[in-house]
Write a protein that binds this ligand. Structure first.
Ligand code: SF4
Length: 457
Protein backbone atom coordinates (compact mmCIF):
# COMPACT_ATOMS: atom_id res chain seq x y z
CA UNK A 1 0.00 0.00 0.00
CA UNK A 2 1.38 3.41 -0.90
CA UNK A 3 1.92 6.02 1.84
CA UNK A 4 0.67 9.60 1.86
CA UNK A 5 4.21 10.77 1.20
CA UNK A 6 4.11 8.83 -2.08
CA UNK A 7 1.27 11.11 -3.15
CA UNK A 8 3.32 14.26 -2.66
CA UNK A 9 4.78 15.61 -5.87
CA UNK A 10 8.29 16.99 -6.14
CA UNK A 11 8.06 20.73 -6.72
CA UNK A 12 10.76 22.70 -8.50
CA UNK A 13 11.83 26.15 -7.33
CA UNK A 14 9.32 28.77 -8.49
CA UNK A 15 6.49 26.25 -9.06
CA UNK A 16 3.32 26.01 -7.01
CA UNK A 17 3.96 24.40 -3.63
CA UNK A 18 0.56 25.10 -2.11
CA UNK A 19 -2.68 26.25 -3.66
CA UNK A 20 -5.55 27.56 -1.54
CA UNK A 21 -8.90 28.05 -3.26
CA UNK A 22 -11.99 29.50 -1.67
CA UNK A 23 -10.72 28.78 1.83
CA UNK A 24 -13.33 29.73 4.40
CA UNK A 25 -13.27 29.41 8.16
CA UNK A 26 -16.29 30.30 10.22
CA UNK A 27 -16.29 29.71 13.95
CA UNK A 28 -19.62 28.69 15.39
CA UNK A 29 -20.89 28.32 18.94
CA UNK A 30 -19.35 24.88 19.31
CA UNK A 31 -15.90 25.75 17.95
CA UNK A 32 -13.86 27.52 20.57
CA UNK A 33 -13.16 30.76 22.33
CA UNK A 34 -14.33 33.26 19.70
CA UNK A 35 -17.65 31.58 19.53
CA UNK A 36 -17.82 31.70 23.31
CA UNK A 37 -17.32 35.45 23.15
CA UNK A 38 -19.74 36.20 20.39
CA UNK A 39 -22.53 33.72 21.11
CA UNK A 40 -24.12 31.25 18.75
CA UNK A 41 -23.67 33.20 15.52
CA UNK A 42 -21.05 32.48 12.88
CA UNK A 43 -17.84 34.46 13.16
CA UNK A 44 -16.54 34.86 9.63
CA UNK A 45 -12.81 34.77 10.39
CA UNK A 46 -11.71 33.87 6.85
CA UNK A 47 -14.08 34.11 3.91
CA UNK A 48 -13.44 32.62 0.47
CA UNK A 49 -9.72 33.30 0.20
CA UNK A 50 -7.53 32.04 -2.64
CA UNK A 51 -3.80 32.29 -3.27
CA UNK A 52 -0.74 30.23 -4.11
CA UNK A 53 2.61 29.72 -2.45
CA UNK A 54 5.54 29.13 -4.75
CA UNK A 55 8.50 26.96 -3.87
CA UNK A 56 11.36 29.05 -2.53
CA UNK A 57 9.48 32.32 -2.09
CA UNK A 58 8.62 34.41 0.95
CA UNK A 59 4.93 35.21 0.96
CA UNK A 60 3.65 37.64 3.58
CA UNK A 61 0.13 37.91 4.94
CA UNK A 62 -0.35 41.33 6.50
CA UNK A 63 -3.17 43.14 8.21
CA UNK A 64 -4.34 44.50 11.54
CA UNK A 65 -4.83 42.18 14.45
CA UNK A 66 -8.07 40.23 14.06
CA UNK A 67 -8.08 40.39 10.24
CA UNK A 68 -7.92 36.59 9.97
CA UNK A 69 -4.30 36.14 8.90
CA UNK A 70 -3.30 33.77 11.73
CA UNK A 71 -6.53 31.78 11.34
CA UNK A 72 -5.83 31.49 7.62
CA UNK A 73 -2.29 30.25 8.24
CA UNK A 74 -3.45 27.68 10.77
CA UNK A 75 -6.16 26.55 8.40
CA UNK A 76 -3.57 26.13 5.64
CA UNK A 77 -1.52 23.97 8.01
CA UNK A 78 -4.65 21.95 8.86
CA UNK A 79 -4.24 22.86 12.52
CA UNK A 80 -7.80 24.19 12.17
CA UNK A 81 -10.28 22.49 9.89
CA UNK A 82 -11.59 24.80 7.16
CA UNK A 83 -15.33 25.31 6.84
CA UNK A 84 -14.97 24.95 3.07
CA UNK A 85 -12.45 25.33 0.29
CA UNK A 86 -9.54 23.43 -1.15
CA UNK A 87 -5.91 23.33 0.00
CA UNK A 88 -3.52 21.41 -2.24
CA UNK A 89 0.02 20.90 -0.97
CA UNK A 90 2.48 19.32 -3.40
CA UNK A 91 -0.49 18.05 -5.36
CA UNK A 92 -2.25 16.43 -2.38
CA UNK A 93 -5.71 17.70 -1.37
CA UNK A 94 -5.25 18.20 2.36
CA UNK A 95 -8.91 18.80 3.15
CA UNK A 96 -9.71 15.25 2.03
CA UNK A 97 -6.81 13.67 3.89
CA UNK A 98 -7.41 12.07 7.28
CA UNK A 99 -5.48 13.18 10.36
CA UNK A 100 -3.57 9.92 10.37
CA UNK A 101 -2.60 10.34 6.73
CA UNK A 102 -1.66 13.97 7.38
CA UNK A 103 1.02 13.01 9.91
CA UNK A 104 3.80 12.44 7.39
CA UNK A 105 2.74 15.59 5.48
CA UNK A 106 3.22 17.67 8.61
CA UNK A 107 6.92 16.90 8.41
CA UNK A 108 7.00 19.10 5.32
CA UNK A 109 5.14 22.00 6.99
CA UNK A 110 6.57 23.57 10.13
CA UNK A 111 5.60 26.64 12.15
CA UNK A 112 7.55 29.24 14.14
CA UNK A 113 5.54 31.15 16.70
CA UNK A 114 5.75 34.76 17.79
CA UNK A 115 6.93 34.34 21.35
CA UNK A 116 10.31 32.55 21.37
CA UNK A 117 10.13 32.22 25.16
CA UNK A 118 6.72 30.59 25.39
CA UNK A 119 7.25 28.27 22.44
CA UNK A 120 10.31 26.54 23.96
CA UNK A 121 9.79 24.00 26.73
CA UNK A 122 11.86 25.35 29.66
CA UNK A 123 12.46 21.85 31.01
CA UNK A 124 14.05 20.58 27.81
CA UNK A 125 17.62 21.16 26.71
CA UNK A 126 18.20 22.92 23.41
CA UNK A 127 19.36 19.67 21.78
CA UNK A 128 16.19 17.85 22.86
CA UNK A 129 14.05 20.70 21.57
CA UNK A 130 15.66 20.60 18.13
CA UNK A 131 15.51 16.80 17.99
CA UNK A 132 11.85 16.62 19.06
CA UNK A 133 10.26 16.94 15.56
CA UNK A 134 12.75 14.44 14.12
CA UNK A 135 11.84 12.01 16.87
CA UNK A 136 8.12 12.57 16.35
CA UNK A 137 8.51 11.67 12.68
CA UNK A 138 10.94 8.80 13.37
CA UNK A 139 13.69 10.44 11.36
CA UNK A 140 17.30 9.26 11.75
CA UNK A 141 18.85 7.16 14.49
CA UNK A 142 19.74 8.62 17.88
CA UNK A 143 23.34 9.50 17.05
CA UNK A 144 22.41 11.01 13.68
CA UNK A 145 19.69 13.12 15.28
CA UNK A 146 22.22 14.44 17.75
CA UNK A 147 24.69 15.28 15.01
CA UNK A 148 21.97 16.91 12.90
CA UNK A 149 20.85 19.04 15.85
CA UNK A 150 24.42 20.31 16.22
CA UNK A 151 24.67 21.03 12.49
CA UNK A 152 21.42 22.98 12.73
CA UNK A 153 22.87 25.02 15.60
CA UNK A 154 25.77 25.87 13.28
CA UNK A 155 23.35 26.84 10.52
CA UNK A 156 21.38 29.23 12.70
CA UNK A 157 24.66 30.74 13.92
CA UNK A 158 24.60 29.36 17.45
CA UNK A 159 27.46 27.54 19.13
CA UNK A 160 27.29 23.73 19.11
CA UNK A 161 28.02 23.77 22.83
CA UNK A 162 24.55 25.22 23.40
CA UNK A 163 23.19 21.73 22.74
CA UNK A 164 23.19 20.96 26.47
CA UNK A 165 21.89 24.29 27.72
CA UNK A 166 18.35 25.36 28.65
CA UNK A 167 16.24 28.00 26.84
CA UNK A 168 16.23 30.45 29.76
CA UNK A 169 19.98 30.91 29.31
CA UNK A 170 19.43 32.66 25.96
CA UNK A 171 18.29 36.04 24.69
CA UNK A 172 15.06 36.46 22.69
CA UNK A 173 16.96 36.50 19.40
CA UNK A 174 18.91 33.35 20.28
CA UNK A 175 15.70 31.60 21.31
CA UNK A 176 14.14 32.45 17.97
CA UNK A 177 17.22 30.94 16.29
CA UNK A 178 16.59 27.76 18.30
CA UNK A 179 13.01 27.79 17.02
CA UNK A 180 14.28 28.17 13.48
CA UNK A 181 16.65 25.21 13.95
CA UNK A 182 13.78 23.11 15.28
CA UNK A 183 11.52 24.07 12.36
CA UNK A 184 14.27 23.14 9.88
CA UNK A 185 15.05 19.81 11.53
CA UNK A 186 12.60 17.78 9.43
CA UNK A 187 13.81 19.42 6.21
CA UNK A 188 10.40 21.01 5.45
CA UNK A 189 9.28 22.66 2.23
CA UNK A 190 7.08 25.20 4.01
CA UNK A 191 7.80 27.16 7.20
CA UNK A 192 4.98 29.31 8.53
CA UNK A 193 6.29 32.14 10.70
CA UNK A 194 3.67 33.86 12.83
CA UNK A 195 5.02 37.32 13.73
CA UNK A 196 8.54 35.81 13.88
CA UNK A 197 10.37 38.92 15.08
CA UNK A 198 7.70 41.14 16.62
CA UNK A 199 8.77 40.25 20.17
CA UNK A 200 12.40 41.21 19.47
CA UNK A 201 14.36 44.48 19.52
CA UNK A 202 14.58 46.18 16.13
CA UNK A 203 18.36 45.61 15.90
CA UNK A 204 17.92 41.88 16.56
CA UNK A 205 14.99 41.66 14.10
CA UNK A 206 17.22 42.45 11.12
CA UNK A 207 19.79 39.83 12.17
CA UNK A 208 17.15 37.10 12.45
CA UNK A 209 15.55 38.08 9.14
CA UNK A 210 18.96 38.00 7.45
CA UNK A 211 19.64 34.49 8.78
CA UNK A 212 16.20 33.39 7.56
CA UNK A 213 16.94 34.70 4.08
CA UNK A 214 20.36 33.05 3.94
CA UNK A 215 18.93 29.69 4.98
CA UNK A 216 16.15 30.00 2.43
CA UNK A 217 18.68 30.71 -0.32
CA UNK A 218 20.60 27.59 0.73
CA UNK A 219 17.72 25.15 1.26
CA UNK A 220 14.96 26.55 -0.97
CA UNK A 221 12.08 26.38 1.46
CA UNK A 222 9.03 28.62 1.29
CA UNK A 223 8.20 31.03 4.07
CA UNK A 224 4.65 32.10 4.81
CA UNK A 225 5.18 35.11 7.07
CA UNK A 226 2.30 36.50 9.10
CA UNK A 227 2.91 40.03 10.24
CA UNK A 228 1.22 43.28 11.13
CA UNK A 229 4.54 45.08 10.56
CA UNK A 230 4.95 46.39 7.02
CA UNK A 231 8.60 47.29 7.64
CA UNK A 232 9.38 43.61 8.29
CA UNK A 233 7.36 42.58 5.24
CA UNK A 234 9.11 45.10 3.04
CA UNK A 235 12.44 43.73 4.18
CA UNK A 236 11.83 40.05 3.67
CA UNK A 237 8.86 39.29 1.41
CA UNK A 238 8.75 38.47 -2.29
CA UNK A 239 4.98 38.75 -2.53
CA UNK A 240 2.48 40.27 -0.15
CA UNK A 241 -1.22 39.67 0.51
CA UNK A 242 -3.07 42.28 2.55
CA UNK A 243 -6.00 41.02 4.59
CA UNK A 244 -8.95 42.94 5.97
CA UNK A 245 -11.78 41.35 7.93
CA UNK A 246 -11.27 37.87 6.50
CA UNK A 247 -10.73 38.87 2.87
CA UNK A 248 -7.54 39.34 0.86
CA UNK A 249 -7.91 42.89 -0.47
CA UNK A 250 -4.63 43.23 -2.36
CA UNK A 251 -2.00 40.74 -3.53
CA UNK A 252 1.08 41.55 -5.55
CA UNK A 253 4.83 41.39 -5.68
CA UNK A 254 6.45 43.42 -2.94
CA UNK A 255 7.59 46.07 -5.41
CA UNK A 256 4.15 46.43 -6.97
CA UNK A 257 2.43 46.58 -3.61
CA UNK A 258 4.73 49.18 -2.10
CA UNK A 259 5.48 51.24 -5.22
CA UNK A 260 2.10 50.97 -7.00
CA UNK A 261 -0.28 50.59 -4.06
CA UNK A 262 -3.86 50.26 -5.26
CA UNK A 263 -6.23 49.41 -2.45
CA UNK A 264 -7.32 52.26 -0.15
CA UNK A 265 -6.82 49.99 2.88
CA UNK A 266 -3.23 49.18 1.90
CA UNK A 267 -2.62 52.89 1.41
CA UNK A 268 -3.94 53.55 4.91
CA UNK A 269 -1.67 50.87 6.36
CA UNK A 270 1.34 52.36 4.58
CA UNK A 271 0.36 55.82 5.79
CA UNK A 272 0.41 54.50 9.34
CA UNK A 273 4.10 53.46 9.20
CA UNK A 274 5.93 55.89 11.50
CA UNK A 275 8.28 58.35 9.80
CA UNK A 276 11.72 57.93 11.39
CA UNK A 277 12.86 61.50 10.56
CA UNK A 278 12.04 63.79 13.54
CA UNK A 279 12.21 66.87 11.26
CA UNK A 280 9.45 65.62 9.02
CA UNK A 281 5.99 67.11 9.62
CA UNK A 282 3.53 64.30 10.04
CA UNK A 283 0.40 65.22 8.06
CA UNK A 284 -0.94 61.70 7.70
CA UNK A 285 -4.57 60.95 8.44
CA UNK A 286 -5.27 57.93 10.64
CA UNK A 287 -7.84 55.49 9.37
CA UNK A 288 -11.28 56.37 10.66
CA UNK A 289 -13.57 54.06 12.59
CA UNK A 290 -13.21 50.58 13.98
CA UNK A 291 -13.01 47.26 12.17
CA UNK A 292 -16.61 45.98 11.97
CA UNK A 293 -17.62 42.77 13.72
CA UNK A 294 -16.78 39.57 11.84
CA UNK A 295 -20.21 38.27 12.94
CA UNK A 296 -22.00 40.70 10.68
CA UNK A 297 -19.44 41.99 8.18
CA UNK A 298 -20.44 44.69 5.68
CA UNK A 299 -21.88 43.55 2.36
CA UNK A 300 -19.86 43.94 -0.82
CA UNK A 301 -16.47 45.40 0.03
CA UNK A 302 -15.75 44.78 3.69
CA UNK A 303 -13.70 47.95 3.91
CA UNK A 304 -16.56 50.19 2.81
CA UNK A 305 -17.51 51.35 6.31
CA UNK A 306 -14.09 53.00 6.69
CA UNK A 307 -13.12 53.70 3.12
CA UNK A 308 -12.41 57.33 2.21
CA UNK A 309 -12.92 56.48 -1.50
CA UNK A 310 -16.45 55.03 -1.46
CA UNK A 311 -17.80 55.13 -5.02
CA UNK A 312 -20.95 57.16 -5.73
CA UNK A 313 -24.07 55.21 -6.71
CA UNK A 314 -24.54 54.44 -10.40
CA UNK A 315 -26.30 57.19 -12.30
CA UNK A 316 -25.89 59.92 -9.69
CA UNK A 317 -23.50 61.93 -11.86
CA UNK A 318 -22.22 64.15 -9.05
CA UNK A 319 -19.03 66.08 -9.63
CA UNK A 320 -16.01 64.90 -7.66
CA UNK A 321 -16.36 67.88 -5.36
CA UNK A 322 -20.06 67.22 -4.77
CA UNK A 323 -19.47 63.54 -4.05
CA UNK A 324 -16.61 64.46 -1.67
CA UNK A 325 -19.05 66.67 0.21
CA UNK A 326 -21.64 63.88 0.38
CA UNK A 327 -19.03 61.41 1.67
CA UNK A 328 -17.98 63.89 4.35
CA UNK A 329 -21.62 64.29 5.35
CA UNK A 330 -22.00 60.49 5.56
CA UNK A 331 -18.93 60.27 7.78
CA UNK A 332 -20.11 63.21 9.87
CA UNK A 333 -23.46 61.57 10.60
CA UNK A 334 -21.85 58.22 11.36
CA UNK A 335 -19.43 59.84 13.79
CA UNK A 336 -21.93 62.45 15.04
CA UNK A 337 -19.08 64.81 14.47
CA UNK A 338 -20.76 68.03 13.38
CA UNK A 339 -21.78 70.60 15.96
CA UNK A 340 -25.15 72.19 16.28
CA UNK A 341 -25.40 75.70 17.69
CA UNK A 342 -26.62 75.68 21.25
CA UNK A 343 -28.79 78.59 22.35
CA UNK A 344 -27.86 79.60 25.92
CA UNK A 345 -30.64 78.79 28.36
CA UNK A 346 -32.52 76.53 25.94
CA UNK A 347 -32.67 72.76 25.97
CA UNK A 348 -30.54 70.90 23.45
CA UNK A 349 -33.29 70.18 20.91
CA UNK A 350 -33.11 71.78 17.48
CA UNK A 351 -35.51 72.43 14.67
CA UNK A 352 -34.98 70.48 11.43
CA UNK A 353 -34.17 73.70 9.61
CA UNK A 354 -31.51 74.60 12.22
CA UNK A 355 -29.91 71.18 11.70
CA UNK A 356 -30.06 71.62 7.91
CA UNK A 357 -28.35 75.01 8.24
CA UNK A 358 -25.59 73.46 10.36
CA UNK A 359 -25.18 70.60 7.88
CA UNK A 360 -25.06 72.94 4.88
CA UNK A 361 -22.51 75.16 6.61
CA UNK A 362 -20.34 72.18 7.50
CA UNK A 363 -20.60 70.08 4.35
CA UNK A 364 -22.32 71.90 1.51
CA UNK A 365 -21.13 75.52 1.56
CA UNK A 366 -21.29 75.50 -2.26
CA UNK A 367 -24.89 74.28 -2.20
CA UNK A 368 -26.44 70.91 -1.52
CA UNK A 369 -26.55 68.66 -4.63
CA UNK A 370 -30.19 68.21 -5.63
CA UNK A 371 -29.62 64.43 -5.90
CA UNK A 372 -29.23 64.18 -2.13
CA UNK A 373 -31.52 67.02 -1.11
CA UNK A 374 -34.39 64.90 0.20
CA UNK A 375 -32.02 62.40 1.86
CA UNK A 376 -30.23 65.19 3.74
CA UNK A 377 -33.58 66.70 4.69
CA UNK A 378 -34.87 63.38 6.06
CA UNK A 379 -31.66 62.74 8.01
CA UNK A 380 -31.67 66.26 9.46
CA UNK A 381 -35.27 65.86 10.66
CA UNK A 382 -34.26 62.69 12.52
CA UNK A 383 -31.17 64.35 13.99
CA UNK A 384 -33.36 67.25 15.16
CA UNK A 385 -35.33 64.64 17.15
CA UNK A 386 -32.03 63.23 18.45
CA UNK A 387 -32.62 60.03 16.49
CA UNK A 388 -29.07 59.66 15.26
CA UNK A 389 -29.24 55.91 14.75
CA UNK A 390 -32.27 56.30 12.52
CA UNK A 391 -30.48 59.10 10.63
CA UNK A 392 -27.51 56.79 10.13
CA UNK A 393 -29.83 54.07 8.84
CA UNK A 394 -31.29 56.49 6.27
CA UNK A 395 -27.82 57.52 5.13
CA UNK A 396 -26.75 53.89 4.96
CA UNK A 397 -29.71 52.64 2.96
CA UNK A 398 -30.19 55.62 0.63
CA UNK A 399 -26.55 56.53 -0.06
CA UNK A 400 -24.02 53.90 0.98
CA UNK A 401 -26.00 50.80 0.01
CA UNK A 402 -26.72 52.30 -3.40
CA UNK A 403 -22.98 52.16 -4.15
CA UNK A 404 -21.44 49.24 -5.98
CA UNK A 405 -19.06 49.07 -3.00
CA UNK A 406 -21.95 47.76 -0.87
CA UNK A 407 -23.43 45.53 -3.54
CA UNK A 408 -20.67 43.37 -4.98
CA UNK A 409 -17.53 41.89 -3.58
CA UNK A 410 -14.72 43.40 -5.67
CA UNK A 411 -12.14 41.04 -7.20
CA UNK A 412 -10.01 42.24 -10.07
CA UNK A 413 -6.56 41.76 -11.45
CA UNK A 414 -4.78 44.65 -13.04
CA UNK A 415 -1.49 44.52 -14.85
CA UNK A 416 1.12 46.41 -12.94
CA UNK A 417 3.57 46.26 -15.80
CA UNK A 418 2.38 45.79 -19.35
CA UNK A 419 5.76 44.43 -20.39
CA UNK A 420 5.52 41.68 -17.76
CA UNK A 421 2.06 40.16 -18.27
CA UNK A 422 2.41 37.66 -15.43
CA UNK A 423 3.11 40.45 -12.95
CA UNK A 424 -0.59 40.73 -12.23
CA UNK A 425 -1.78 42.62 -9.25
CA UNK A 426 -4.93 41.44 -7.48
CA UNK A 427 -7.02 44.21 -6.03
CA UNK A 428 -10.31 43.88 -4.19
CA UNK A 429 -11.60 47.36 -4.98
CA UNK A 430 -14.21 48.55 -7.50
CA UNK A 431 -12.12 51.60 -8.33
CA UNK A 432 -10.24 49.23 -10.65
CA UNK A 433 -13.24 47.63 -12.36
CA UNK A 434 -12.77 49.44 -15.67
CA UNK A 435 -10.18 47.75 -17.78
CA UNK A 436 -9.40 45.13 -15.12
CA UNK A 437 -9.97 41.43 -15.31
CA UNK A 438 -12.74 40.25 -13.00
CA UNK A 439 -11.49 37.24 -11.05
CA UNK A 440 -14.65 36.49 -9.08
CA UNK A 441 -15.03 32.75 -8.42
CA UNK A 442 -17.90 32.39 -10.86
CA UNK A 443 -15.45 33.08 -13.67
CA UNK A 444 -12.17 31.42 -12.78
CA UNK A 445 -12.24 30.11 -9.25
CA UNK A 446 -10.90 33.27 -7.70
CA UNK A 447 -7.27 32.25 -7.40
CA UNK A 448 -5.01 35.24 -7.24
CA UNK A 449 -2.02 34.22 -9.26
CA UNK A 450 0.93 36.42 -10.00
CA UNK A 451 4.48 35.50 -9.42
CA UNK A 452 6.07 38.82 -8.63
CA UNK A 453 9.34 37.01 -8.99
CA UNK A 454 11.68 39.39 -7.28
CA UNK A 455 14.68 37.72 -5.79
CA UNK A 456 15.67 38.30 -2.22
CA UNK A 457 17.81 41.32 -1.71
S1 SF4 B 1 -14.58 48.86 -3.28
FE1 SF4 B 1 -15.30 50.88 -2.67
S2 SF4 B 1 -15.33 50.84 -0.44
FE2 SF4 B 1 -14.08 49.13 -1.12
S3 SF4 B 1 -12.02 49.89 -1.11
FE3 SF4 B 1 -12.79 50.20 -3.16
S4 SF4 B 1 -13.64 52.27 -3.18
FE4 SF4 B 1 -13.36 51.66 -1.03
Amino acid sequence: MSSTIDHLEDVALGDTLLEARGVTKYFTSDSGMLAGLFGAQDVEAVDDVSFELLKGETFALVGESGCGKSTLARTILQLIEPTSGSIRFKGLELTETSNRQLRPVRRDMQIILQDPQASLNPRMKVGQIIEEPMKAHSLYGRADRRERAKELLDLVELDRSYYNRYPHEFSGGQRQRINLARAMSTDPDLIVCDEPVSALDVSVQAQILNTMRELQAEFGFTYLIISHDLSVVRYIADRVAVMYLGHIVELASKEALFEHTKHPYTSALLEAIPIPDPRSRDTRQPLEGDVPSPIDPPSGCRFRTRCPELIQPAGWALTEQEWDAVRSFVRGVKRRSFTLDETPGSDTSHTPSAVETAVDDAYFPEGRPSRVDDIVREACALIADDEWDEAKAVIESRIVEESICAQERPRYTVSTREDVPEANHFVGCHLYRDGAKDVSPARDGGTHRGRGGNALE
